[in-house]
Design a protein around this ligand. Sequence first.
Ligand SMILES: *Cc1c(COP(=O)(O)O)cnc(C)c1O
Length: 489
Amino acid sequence: MIKTILERDDLQTLSVESIAYLAIMEILEKKDPELVSSLKKELEDQRNSLKLIASENYSSIAVQMAMGNYLTDKYAEGHPFHRFYAGCDNIDSIESRACDLAKKIFGAEHAYVQPHSGADANLIAYWAILIKRIEAPFVEQLGKKNVAQLSNEEYEEVRRLFSQQKMMGLSLDAGGHLTHGSRVNFSSKMMKNISYGVDPKSGLLDYAKIKEQAIKEKPAILVAGYSAYPRLIDFEKMRDIADSCGATLLVDMAHFAGLVAGKQLKGKYNPMPYADVVTSTTHKTLRGPRGGIILCKEEFAPFIDKGCPYAIGGPLPHIMAAKLVAFTECLNPEFETYAQDVILNAKTMAKRFVERGAILVTGGTDNHLLSVDVMQSFGLTGRQAESLLSRCKITVNRNSVPMDKNGAWYTSGIRLGTPALTTRGLKKSEMVLIVDIIFDLLAAAKPLVNSEGVKSKAKVDIDEKVVNKTIEAVETLLEKFVLYPEILI
Ligand SMILES: *Cc1c(COP(=O)(O)O)cnc(C)c1O
């Protein structure tokens, strides 16, 4: 039987964070010991690996604590001070303060902090935009108060008009997100999808070509934003494109919201002054809890605030509390330094890769991520590189490069990002070291060839000594940067 933490003789010496986590483990141990082992193992795995997943980060313990409590029990459909449930006074306070902070951080006219995730934020934003553009004027034209008053025939007409709308977003293989109109996602089913790509040679957005396409297709919604584009977007040009075809400009800053909050994206590279609606996750560069937010111009506010009933049910009050905590952290001047270091670290990695002779998509980076063409650089598929690196405790994800010859499953690239390692305290010199470790490992690997002489796209042939040496180098490097040093469990 494990001693309860209250009986420990070292209680006085433990940090409050350790005590909090030990208490959590003690409570959960009684319900499901296996869950506690998974929790402990996850901390160990995260501590012992080099996390270069561009979409991940490490949230603060305060953020984690804010979401682990009885706020989860509350229903709070509606928005602050306009609820469909009684007894939401404290949720009103939490949510309205989170909205105020989000407005302050980003300089937004309006904020909505209920989306459960980035995909949810897009789902709500798309409906809100369509309802504002199509349904609301239609209802008004008929002299009706709301959509419930339409006859069945009139409502069928709304549905028909909706299905004719087009959205235009960056294609998945060029670095766009599934919710930007991919065939396998709801977004291409609620509207007709037109995707734009990048220039096949430079890997860069070709604004003149996007404008030409937009004028021809006349989308209702133009989406700018990415999951894997290593450069800045010129939002002044995107605004001009949206205006040239009468589209609503939606910027999905899921990946780079932290760089905006940390004031590293200035002038035309800051989406806030240009976009009608901005969606984001809160857990990537923003370093908050897993969730989403929507920021918008005042004229969109009454529509965006109706995420429930449009698309979501009740909000997650415990997550909104954690968003509030994360937003207070973003307003700390330290967050600006963080965002600056994220970019500096990514640029340092890119420079070192190029010095060593690797090929990067667009030749480098201006943001928090880089895309290494491992096929051209090392003769490996993204999948081979990803799994070899993973064996050596370096986590990256495979990623398509523009015009990828290996398809979306094997791919020709890997995507690397610096948000997590920068939070962990790693700086420029470590970035150079990490690139050398990765480069030397991948350069030592060859695709495995079977007895019939066929090259594998998944497996590699490598000297185990190189693998062991790499693991040792990663361990040595991470010893100096303990993750959550205040947690001893
Ligand atoms: C990650 C991401 C999303 C989705 O966020 P989830 O929280 O995973 O739903 C949406 N858009 C972009 C551009 C993203 O990178």
